[in-house]
Write a protein that binds this ligand. Structure first.
Ligand SMILES: Nc1ncnc2c1ncn2[C@@H]1O[C@H](COP(=O)(O)OP(=O)(O)O)[C@@H](O)[C@H]1O
Ligand SMILES: [Mg+2]
Length: 467
């Protein structure tokens, strides 16, 4: 029985990894944007403050150079007052000094601040002037002259090209920082998304590596979120196991119930056969006995198969000496072989014990030996050979003539109830090779079907791993 590939006809709705990755990338992008904006605002503010404080220092040093001599205001602008601005950038500097709104020195058209500054605290503004943008600071101070109070207003301004260039640099820097942050958190996000579905992959691996008969509950440790899934999987497996066991029990019981009355019927038919003289009656009685044999053979095989299925479910592994087991079987089947004048030859070259279930292995070997005796022609030899390979012990049963029908798909013969074209006229149920294969596979070994060395007969082998 081949199971359909699970992924082929399963409907999927999206992907957990993709969904998770998408969300993590989205939040990384959002955080990167926030980081970019915060850094940008912060550095712009710091840069503005730095520029403003130089402007302020410059205006203050001009203010400090104000003198009142003989009731007149004199002003000697120190060189450093303006050169300190030039040190920062190549921007042009403008200034004006006004007394009660009247220009004392400097640029007359330099715009005055919108609101009058209070004495001592500077007013900053950004204004357009002669086609460019200026950063302006204005300081005010009231002097008492003999002629009355003089409101002095000092304005220092600087073009903003240098500052703009610096801001562009800072923006680029903040952009790079935000981009770098996004990149790193995106990588972490992708990694996190991949690794969070890792337990799912692990569980899939554990379940799909199981043999087809393995119905033990899943004991693999999983994250708590996956526990309900594993729990229901286990409940499902348990239900399956129980219902399988029930049907195997049923088959065994049914086979058993059929076999016993069949034996009675057969005995009666034999007795009648001895009493009857008419040829056609004897022929039909023989036909009847044959049919009864066929049915009880089938019932026996069904029983064996149910037993094999049941025992492989919980395979016991005790050391089994295959040479002893095979020799014993050969001795038991010798009378059957003698009826066909088949010579059973046993060869064994000292083999190690293998771990396994002796009853199952005996059943398997008996089936292939039985086949050889059944399908090989009379007056031939059948060789039973037990030998040890590097990893396994191999029992092969080889006959000299007969062989599998030419063109026969031998793999198909190991399926339940499949018989070859050479089986016509022999009693059988098509379960022998199935049992042999299932037993070998339950032990981790295999059933090998080949033509015999001479080419005329069949060679059927069972291999059982040494550990
Ligand atoms: N030693 C053999 N030589 C020739 N044919 C064989 C041999 N063993 C098995 N076969 C073929 O394989 C088929 C399946 O074997 P098996 O499963 O034992 O069923 P059964 O013996 O009941 O027919 C047989 O019907 C027969 O055609
Ligand atoms: Mg058979």
């Amino acid at each position: 029985m081949t199971l359909p590939h699970p992924a082929s006809d399963l409907r999927t709705s999206g992907s957990l990894v993709r969904r998770l990755t998408f969300r993590l990338l989205l939040s990384a992008a959002f955080l990167a944007l926030v980081l970019f904006l915060v850094v940008l605002i912060f550095v712009r503010d710091i840069s503005q403050r730095t520029h403003d404080s130089i402007l302020f220092a410059s205006a203050t040093s001009i203010m400090d150079s104000l003198r009142v001599q003989a009731g007149e205001i004199t002003l000697d602008i120190p060189y450093a007052a303006l050169s300190m601005l030039g040190n920062v950038s190549d921007d042009r500097v403008f200034y004006s000094v006004r007394n009660n709104g009247r220009i004392l020195t400097g640029y007359e058209d330099l715009p005055a601040p919108a609101q009058r500054p209070i004495s001592g605290s500077p007013v900053y503004s950004t204004v357009g002037y002669r086609g460019t943008s200026l950063r302006v600071v204005t300081l005010a101070r009231r002097l008492s002259l003999d002629s009355g109070p003089a409101d002095i207003e000092i304005t220092v301004a600087q073009t903003r090209e240098g500052q703009t260039a610096e801001l562009a640099r800072l923006t680029r820097w903040a952009l790079m920082l935000g981009g770098g942050f996004f990149l790193v958190s995106a990588l972490i996000g992708i990694w996190a998304a991949q690794s969070s579905v890792q337990p799912l992959h692990a569980l899939t691996g554990v379940v799909s590596r199981r043999g087809p008969k393995d119905l033990r509950p899943v004991r693999h440790a999983v994250p708590s979120e996956m526990a309900p899934l594993v729990h229901s999987l286990n409940r499902f497996i348990e239900r399956l196991r129980v219902s399988l066991a029930r049907s195997e029990d049923f088959i065994a019981e049914a086979a058993h119930r059929v076999r016993t009355p069949l034996a009675t019927v057969r005995a009666q038919a034999e007795i009648t056969l001895r009493r009857v003289d008419k040829t056609e009656n004897r022929a039909s009685l023989r036909e009847m006995i044959r049919a009864i044999d066929e049915s009880s053979r089938a019932a026996g095989q069904l029983l064996d198969h149910a037993m094999v299925t049941f025992r492989t479910d919980s395979l016991e592994r005790k050391p089994v000496d295959l040479d002893v087991l095979a020799r014993d079987l050969v001795d038991r089947l010798r009378p059957v072989a003698d009826l066909k004048d088949i010579d059973l030859q046993f060869f064994c070259a000292g083999v190690s014990a293998i771990p396994g279930d002796a009853i199952l292995i005996q059943n398997a070997v008996r089936n292939i030996l039985d086949n050889a005796i059944k399908y090989a022609p009379s007056e031939t030899s059948v060789l039973i050979d037990v030998r040890q390979g590097p990893l396994d012990v191999i029992i092969s049963v080889t006959d000299e003539a007969g062989g599998f029908p030419p063109g026969q798909d031998t793999a198909a013969l190991t399926q339940r109830f499949v018989r070859g074209s050479n089986a016509a006229g022999t009693i059988g149920s098509g379960l022998g090779l199935t049992i042999a294969r299932e037993v070998a596979e339950a032990h981790g070994g295999r059933l090998i079907i080949e033509p015999s060395g001479a080419g005329a007969g069949a060679c059927v082998s069972l291999s059982f791993p040494l550990r």
